[in-house]
Design a protein around this ligand. Structure first.
Ligand SMILES: *Cc1c(COP(=O)(O)O)cnc(C)c1O
Length: 498
C-alpha cells in the first residue's frame, strides 16, 4: 500500500480552493465556514502485520504521515517525538485494559487526564511547523470553545509557546469543579480564560461567528494576528486521534486477543463527534472495523439521528454527569456527511442552512443508508451510567469515569440487542478523578464538602493513582476569573489581542 503522495484539503461547503494540510491546520476553519476534509482518503502507508512492538509515537508518525503528506519526514518525527514522551504517565501512552466484556482504550494518561491530550500535545508542534513551512510570520491566536476538557488540554499544550496566544471559552454552568479549576489556575503569559454565561453550543457558535467575521480578521491581521482553532474543527486535532485506534488494534494483536485481520467494534462516548470520526477515518484507511458505536448521554441528538435520519436540536439542553458530552450541535458530523454523500458540498450546505434556520434537517436516503452501514447509535441515562460504574468496580475492580461509562452502558445494551460478540474497544476518555464527586457516590463513599476532598478517599478505596496534574490543584492560585456573555466573545478576543 502506498501513500497517495499529495493529499489535499477542501472545505465541506464547496469553497473552491484546495490547500495542503499545513494551510488547513493554520486556518482551522475554511473561509466559507465549512470544515477541511481530505479530498481523497489515503490508505495506510504501512502493513498492520509489521507493527508488533512498535512504540506509540512511531505508530502516530505513520498514521499522521498518511494524511499530512506535505510535512517532511524529519519535521513530522520531531512532532511525534516531542508530543508522545514523558508527559504521559505510561510509556505505552494509550494502554488497552482487558475486562470480561470489553477492551478499554485508556486515552487519559496525558497531563490533563482526558483524551484531549492525545491530540493537543501534538497540535502546537504541527501548528508551529506549519507556520514555518508556509512562511507565515504572524502571531497565531487560538480560539477554543470547550465543553470542559479541550480547554485545559489546549492551554497546557500552548502555554508559553512563542508566537501563540490561546483563548479559551468555557461554559460556567455544567463543567465539573475540577475541570474549571484546571483552567482558571493555568499559568503562562499567553493564556486567556473566560467563563461564558451559556452552554457549550453557545461557546462553539460564538467561536465560529468570530471566524466568519472577515472585517475582524482584517483588523487582527493589521495588528499582526491570525486566528486558528484548537477545537476538533481543526483537522490538526482530528488526524492524530486516528493513531490511537490503530495502536489499540496493534496491542490487541500483540496480546493475542484478536488475530491480524479480525474486525473489531469501536465504542465512543460522543459529544462533538470528533473522536468517533477519527475511528471512522481509521476504518477508511484500512483498519478492520465492524461497527462504530456512537454513545450519547441524555443529550441524545445523535442517537435519534442515527436511528431516524433526522437531526433535531429542538429539545432541552440537559446538564448531565458527563458534561464534556453535553452538546447538541456536533460539528464534526458535517465531515462525515460530506464523505458519505460522495463529497456533495451542495447537499451539506443545504443541511447546515436548515440546521441554522430550523434547528433540524433530514438526511437524504442514500446518505442515511451509508451512515447506517457502519454506525449504531444509543444513549444512557445518568442513573444507568452510575450503576455501570458501580458494577464494573464491584465485579472487576476496574474504575471508569462517567463519560466512559456512557460508552460502556451503551455497549452492554448493544450487545444484548444484537448478540454481536465481536471483540470491542471502548474509548476511555477521562480519568475518574476528573469527576471525583460523581465517582465517589458510585463507590459508596461518604459525602465531602468539596470535590478535592474525594481524591484521597477514592485513592484509598481503589488504589488507582491520582493523576499528577490533579494532585495539587486545590492549592494552586486562581489566575483567571473573567466571564463574558456569548454575544461579547468577540469583544474579549479584541481586548486580548490589542
Ligand atoms: C471531549 C470529550 C468527549 C467527547 O468527544 P468528542 O470528540 O467531542 O465527541 C467525551 N468524553 C470526554 C471525557 C471528553 O473530554
Amino acid at each position: 500500500m502506498k501513500v497517495k503522495d499529495n493529499i489535499r484539503y477542501i472545505s465541506t461547503r464547496g469553497h473552491e480552493e484546495e490547500v495542503n494540510s499545513a494551510q488547513a491546520i493554520i486556518r482551522g476553519l475554511a473561509p466559507d465556514g465549512g470544515l477541511y476534509v481530505p479530498a481523497v482518503l489515503p490508505e495506510m502507508s504501512f502493513k498492520l502485520t509489521s507493527m508488533g512492538g512498535v512504540a506509540y509515537r512511531d505508530i502516530a508518525y505513520k498514521v499522521i504521515h498518511s494524511f499530512f503528506t506535505d510535512f517532511s519526514l524529519e519535521d513530522l518525527h520531531k512532532c511525534t517525538d516531542g508530543a508522545y514522551d514523558e508527559k504521559f504517565d505510561t510509556p505505552l501512552i494509550a494502554p488497552v485494559t482487558h475486562t470480561s466484556e470489553a477492551e478499554f482504550l485508556e486515552l487519559y494518561h496525558g497531563r490533563t487526564a482526558a483524551f484531549k491530550d492525545m491530540a493537543l500535545s501534538i497540535l502546537p508542534y504541527l501548528l508551529i511547523n506549519s507556520l514555518r513551512k508556509e512562511r507565515v510570520d504572524k502571531n497565531v491566536a487560538i480560539l477554543t470553545a470547550t465543553s470542559g476538557d479541550t480547554g485545559k488540554a489546549a492551554l497546557e499544550g500552548f502555554a508559553d509557546v512563542t508566537g501563540t496566544d490561546i483563548i479559551v471559552f468555557y461554559p460556567k454552568k455544567g463543567i465539573s469543579e475540577i475541570q474549571r479549576r484546571q483552567m482558571v489556575t493555568q499559568r503562562g503569559a499567553n493564556t486567556h480564560v473566560y467563563g461564558i454565561l451559556g452552554n457549550f453550543d453557545d461557546a462553539q457558535k460564538g467561536v465560529k461567528e468570530i471566524f466568519a467575521d472577515a472585517e475582524f480578521a482584517k483588523a487582527l491581521a493589521a495588528r499582526g494576528y491570525l486566528l486558528s482553532s484548537a477545537n476538533s474543527i481543526n483537522i490538526g486535532r482530528l488526524v492524530p486521534q486516528i493513531a490511537y485506534y490503530v495502536a489499540a488494534y496493534i496491542r490487541l494483536v500483540e496480546a493475542g486477543r484478536i488475530g491480524n485481520g479480525d474486525k473489531i467494534n469501536l465504542v465512543v462516548p460522543t459529544g462533538n463527534f470528533g473522536n468517533i470520526l477519527a475511528g471512522w477515518y481509521a476504518a477508511q484507511i484500512g483498519l478492520p472495523v465492524n461497527k462504530l458505536i456512537c454513545a450519547s448521554n441524555e443529550n441524545n441528538v445523535l442517537t435519534d439521528f442515527i436511528n431516524t435520519g433526522v437531526y433535531d436540536t429542538n429539545r432541552k439542553f440537559v446538564i448531565t454527569s458527563s458534561p464534556s458530552m453535553d452538546i447538541l450541535v456536533s460539528s464534526n458530523l458535517e465531515r462525515l456527511l460530506w464523505h458519505l454523500s460522495g463529497g456533495n458540498s451542495q447537499e451539506i450546505t443545504g443541511y447546515m442552512k436548515l440546521l441554522k434556520k430550523n434547528g433540524k434537517y433530514r438526511l437524504k436516503p442514500d446518505t442515511r443508508a451509508a451512515m447506517n452501514e457502519m454506525f449504531y447509535g444509543g444513549y444512557a441515562t445518568g442513573r444507568s451510567v452510575n450503576a455501570a460504574i458501580t458494577k464494573l468496580w464491584n465485579e472487576e475492580r476496574y474504575l471508569i469515569d462517567t463519560h466512559t461509562a456512557v460508552g460502556y452502558k451503551v455497549y452492554l445494551n448493544y450487545k444484548k440487542q444484537t448478540g454481536d460478540d465481536t471483540v470491542t474497544v471502548i474509548a476511555s476518555t477521562a480519568s475518574a478523578y476528573k469527576f471525583a464527586d460523581k465517582i465517589a457516590a458510585c463507590l459508596g463513599l461518604p459525602k465531602e464538602e468539596d470535590s478535592f476532598a474525594y481524591f484521597n478517599a477514592i485513592k484509598k478505596k481503589t488504589g488507582v493513582p491520582i493523576p499528577e496534574g490533579l494532585r495539587r490543584l486545590a492549592q494552586k492560585p486562581i489566575l483567571h476569573d473573567l466571564s463574558v456573555k456569548p454575544g461579547d466573545m468577540i469583544k474579549a478576543v479584541d481586548y486580548v489581542l490589542k
